[in-house]
Design a protein around this ligand. Structure first.
Ligand SMILES: O=C(O)c1ccccc1NCC(=O)[C@H](O)[C@H](O)COP(=O)(O)O
Length: 481
């Protein structure tokens, strides 16, 4: 690696950042083509990036990708990548989440390389958010120059700026909150509670995603372990199925599909700008509470759903806005709108249309959320709440995503399969964020549920018995009844 040597990255804390992010290990996975590109960064690894004191990190495109940043970090949108950064940055490291095509451009084209320049900038690390490109990018490998400072020279200067003593713990840099007048760059006031969490340390120590998820009782795998089952050789398609590439159940199939879908769709546009233009957030939990207080009965979340994998098409002549209006007139406190296209025949257009139709009930975006970006997207389309499925998301994802909800003013409904998962997810998250005020149970009986304070119990799906705990129940979500 000629641009930024892995051992240098290691010394300034970026290796931890990138490895902790579930990225390829720069030193180990040298393909010979893209040693400088890093794939599959996990967002909270950026959020907890352990930089040396004095180092400032500017992340281009963080907002578009829905990344929270550590305190002291600055986010600049991609289209403003040439905007002057803050002069007081003694060192600027640019970690960019870009499509491979854009990093090629940066690498190969002098204008691209120039666009990386910043006053005070001493280095750049480029990470791709999408799939690894297939062809080599010679420009980056052979050395990109930024304001006369070769990238490989920047690390020692960071180290001298930080003057780290042997054994000294890397801390998250803190800085004042700041925002450009035109809102083109913001500093994150993110604290270091995530940085110190056990899960982050696990990530950083190189545990695989699957190991960590499995240790938390999660059986749903995020993607096929051994690649998809289709192999093409010339015109022939082979379908070699094995345990590692065949989904074990419908939820896993949905998640695998979603993972691909999200990679292809993001970044759709500059979401940050769109979030600012989105209709105001309505109080989802407040609406449930008002309904419960008024009627003394569990509040109803009625679901706008055309089809489901288990029941097939529920309604052929499907008019989401008519259905939403009918639910509201019928006394629903909130609505849930399916946005998944492939398995539920829903869409974000449905969500947006309902929001713009004047329906007053707060809206839950019923989506299979696996990336922070989806939360921003849901907000752009007018959602007031989202669903987080604990059978799919490890604790850290849930904590991180509930923080994003809090930041956006949204509520998070966390679906728990087992009552014990209150303690796995709900209790800790509810302590750290008020966003998670409703937990959603499906699957198991919950007659002896002890409710952590501040959490609302919402029952998910109508088909199962409510097994004696209805006095605890504050809401119900019904899809097909
Ligand atoms: O409904 C399914 O087939 C399904 C399969 C895999 C993952 C989730 C699934 N449904 C989740 C839903 O959105 C339900 O509509 C919701 O739980 C309400 O259910 P119901 O009232 O039982 O239709």
């Amino acid at each position: 690696l000629k641009v930024v040597a892995p051992q240098h990255l290691k010394r300034c804390g970026l290796t931890r950042l990138l490895r902790g992010a579930g990225a390829v290990n720069l030193a180990e996975k040298r393909t010979g083509m893209f040693p400088h590109l890093v794939h599959g960064i996990r967002p909270y690894a950026i959020a907890t990036c352990p930089l040396l004191p004095g180092v400032r990190l500017t992340v281009v495109g963080a907002q578009e990708h829905g990344l929270l940043l550590p305190a002291g970090c600055c986010s600049i949108p991609s289209h403003r990548a040439t905007a002057p950064p803050q002069k007081q940055h003694p060192v600027l490291v640019l970690v960019s989440f870009v499509a491979p095509r854009q990093s090629r451009w940066w690498a190969e084209d002098a204008r691209g390389a120039n666009s990386l320049r910043r006053p005070g900038m001493e280095g750049a690390a480029v990470a791709t958010g999408g799939a690894l490109p297939r062809e080599p990018v010679p420009g980056l490998v052979s050395g990109l120059r930024c304001r006369g400072v070769r990238l490989r020279d920047f690390v020692p200067r960071i180290l001298s700026a930080g003057a780290r003593k042997p054994g000294q713990k890397l801390g998250v840099v803190r800085a004042q909150q700041f925002e450009f007048k035109d809102k083109s760059a913001i500093y994150s006031p993110f604290g270091d509670s995530l940085a110190n969490s056990n899960e982050v340390r696990q990530w950083e120590s190189g545990h695989s995603f699957h190991d960590i998820a499995a240790s938390q009782g999660i059986k749903i795998r995020r993607r096929p372990l051994t690649g998809p089952p289709h192999h093409y050789v010339g015109p022939f398609e082979f379908r070699l199925e094995n345990e590692g590439n065949t989904p074990r159940n419908i939820l896993e199939e949905i998640i695998w599909y979603k993972d691909n879908e999200v990679q292809q769709r993001k970044p759709l546009a500059l979401l940050k700008g769109n979030v600012a233009d989105a209709p105001p957030v309505r109080d989802f939990i407040g609406a449930l509470r008002t309904s419960y207080d008024r009627t003394g009965m569990p509040a109803l979340i009625a679901e706008v759903k055309k089809a489901s994998p288990s029941r097939g098409v529920l309604r052929e002549d499907f008019h989401p806005v008519h259905i939403a209006n009918a639910y509201e007139a019928g006394g629903a406190a909130c609505l849930s709108v399916l946005t998944d296209e492939k398995f539920f025949q829903g869409s974000f257009e449905n969500l947006e249309a309902i929001r713009n139709s004047g329906v007053k009930c707060p809206l839950l975006c019923k989506e299979f959320i696996i990336e922070a970006w989806q939360i921003y997207y849901a907000r752009c389309k007018g959602a007031d709440a989202i669903l987080l499925i604990a059978a799919v998301l490890p604790n850290l994802d849930i904590k991180y995503m509930t923080k994003i909800c809090k930041m956006l003013g949204m509520a998070a409904l966390v679906e728990l399969k087992f009552r014990l998962w209150f303690w796995r997810t709900g209790y800790t998250a509810s302590k750290s964020t008020r966003a998670m005020r409703a937990a959603c149970m499906s699957g198991t009986p919950f007659s002896s549920v002890r409710m952590p304070s501040g959490i609302w119990l919402v029952y998910h799906g109508a088909k199962r018995t409510l097994n004696g705990a209805s006095y605890l129940l504050r809401g119900c979500l019904f899809g097909s009844g």
